[in-house]
Every structure is written in structure tokens, then in C-alpha cells.
Ligand binder design. Sequence first.
Ligand code: NAP
Ligand code: ZN
Ligand code: ZN
Length: 348
Amino acid sequence: MSEVKAYGAKKQAASLEEMTIERRELQPDDVHIKITYCGVCHSDIHTVQNDWGNSKYPVVPGHEIIGKVVAVGDKVSNYKKGDLVGVGCMVDSCRECSACKDDLEQFCEKGMVGTYNGPNKHLGGHTFGGYSQEILVDQNYVLSIPENLDEKGVAPLLCAGITTFSPLNHWGVKKGDKVGVIGLGGLGHMGIKFAAAMGAKVVMITTSPDKAKDAKRLGADEVLISKDEDDMKKHKGSFDFLLNTVPVGHDINPYLELLKRDSTMVLVGAIEPLEKMHGGNLILGRKRVAGSLIGGIKETQEMLDFCGKHNIVSDVEMIDIKEINKAYKRVVDSDVKYRFVIDMESLN
Ligand code: NAP
Ligand code: ZN
Ligand code: ZN
């Protein structure tokens, strides 16, 4: 066991502060990683706030992890000292259930082990995430990073990237489809980039008119202000696919009206009760609402390789760890362009 510095919240809704956590001894299948960068996901904030009712304290968030391998266990074959690697939202799963066998570990029937706030089978208690100097992760849950990409911009791909890539991929978004991305934050800005790279006609659907220019720079062909009823009417019944990243419970009816017959809106943001959905919005047009959770390890590697090929990274604002509490407030205020990434050197 070794002690490393970390940043976390000691109790619900507390400010994050420096603390010391324990990391396990190197196991035969382990990759020991010195963390260089860690992205800040809205889920980190939900967990600190206990918005989902299952947080365990202290919480050390962080599941968009990039770092250098400093050592590997005897059985590790895919990674070696010095490699640049990534770790996303999960660090283990049962590996035996039908979901794990189908490369969908995020839906493991026994529950995937979250990078933070998951059960820690090595040391007891719960897992601690990437707002820390080092982490040890089983080789099967470590990702390989394409060398041509900027390290800082890669960190958010490990959650925001895969969470938006996976539904676009799974629902078969293709060239020429009209795709709407709802909410221009960390997830949304990756959704625009991926949908554009897949050849779709992308419409950014936002509550913030001042983000319009950025949305176009990121790859959107058009911007739709969701608060503008006339603008919403113009786009009624015209979308082949909607990716909804709104982080809180909200009225999805106005968005359902935007879908074409037989089309789908996928929710990835609001993991909480939604306001009442009008059945007519599904029945009249045979429309669907679905959900999606990150992506499996295999698909996450495919997403990273896709990013390497298309030169896709996240647009990031770098912060020192001491600025994390201010950054959380800005994320909640929808004032992030478009992902905060912590330079973990600032914790040393
Ligand atoms: P974020 O950076 O805060 O972006 C969310 C965006 O949604 C905001 O920038 C804002 O964009 C829009 N928005 C906020 N409040 C709204 C409201 N009341 N009504 C309509 N739009 C609103 O958050 P994120 O990191 O992208 O994460 C988004 C959500 O996805 C979070 O709840 C997070 O926990 C969840 N998440 C889920 C998964 C998964 O696997 N399913 C993975 C990662 C994160 P505009 O200013 O453009 O309107
Ligand atoms: Zn996340
Ligand atoms: Zn499983």
C-alpha cells in the first residue's frame, strides 16, 4: 500500500480539499499510472452533491484520466513503462455475465466498479478517482491513447467522448442524417464533433444564444434556441436523431415534437425523474425515447482510435487543482467552454 495526495469532498456538498488516500500494492494484472491530466465531468459534481442518493464519503472524483505508466504487474502484456494511457468511468466488472461477455461492461449484471465511489475489492471501502497523483488499474480497463492527439484534450474523451460517441454509433447515425445535440456543455460539444465527423447535418439545440458562434466553430451547421417557440416550430418533425445531454430533470415534450416519424431521442444527461411525458408525442409518429450509459471498453478504444483518425479532441480550459471549487460553480452555471481539465502537476 502507498499513500498519495488527492483532492476530494469529506461530506455531502462540501468544498473539495487536499487529502491523503491509499493505493493498493501492484497486482499481477495492474497498470500503475502517474496521472497527468483529469477532466471535470458534471457527474463528479452530482456525486459530491449526492444528487443520486448513493454517494460515499470522502468522494475523490475524476473519471477522465490520462497518465503515464510507471510500472506494470507480471501478467500485463499490453502496456509498458512510459506508455500514455487513459482510464474512464469503470475500473472493473464481473467479466462473466452476458453484458460483460458482449463487451458492454457498463451494464454488468453484478454492477460495474466505478472509478470512484465503487466497491474497492482490494482495500475495502470504496474506490477513489482521478483527482489524485496516481492510480492502479487492471489492464483490461486501461485504454491506449493515439499518439497524434493532444494529451490535455484527450482526457475528456474518456467520459464525455464515449458517452456521446456510443449512442451515435449504436443508433447508426450516418451521412446526411439531421442530428440535434441538446445542451452545449462537456458532452454536447463532443456530440457535435462526432456527429459532424460521421457526416450528419448537425443542429445545436441550446438555451444559451451566446454559444451559437462556438457551436458552428465546433461543427454545427445550424443553431436552434430551445426557448424560442417560433424557431422550435420551424424544425418540428424534422430530426432523424436527438442526443439529449441536459443534466437535470426537464420537460422533454418540446424536443419529442422535433423528431421525424420512427426516430429516437437518446437521453444521456438526466439520471433522475423527468417531467410528465405526453404519450401523444410518442404514439403520433411511432417515436422512441431511449437512454445510454458511457460505452464498453472495446467501444471506448474504438472511439479513441476514431478520434486519432479524425484528429478529434475536446476543447478544454486548463485549471490547477486549487481552482476546482470555482470550476464546479461555473459548470453548474453552464459556463464551461467546454470541459475543464485539471493539470495534476498542480497537486505535487
Ligand atoms: P455540462 O457541461 O454542465 O453541460 C450540460 C449543458 O446542458 C449545459 O451547458 C447547458 O447547455 C444545458 N443545460 C443545463 N441546464 C439545462 C436546463 N435546465 N434545461 C436545458 N438545458 C440545460 O454537463 P456534462 O458534463 O456535459 O454532463 C451532462 C449530463 O450528463 C450530466 O447530468 C452528467 O452527470 C451526465 N453524464 C451521463 C453519462 C452517461 O453515461 N449517461 C456520462 C457522463 C455524464 P446550453 O447552455 O447549451 O443550454
Ligand atoms: Zn463523466
Ligand atoms: Zn458482468
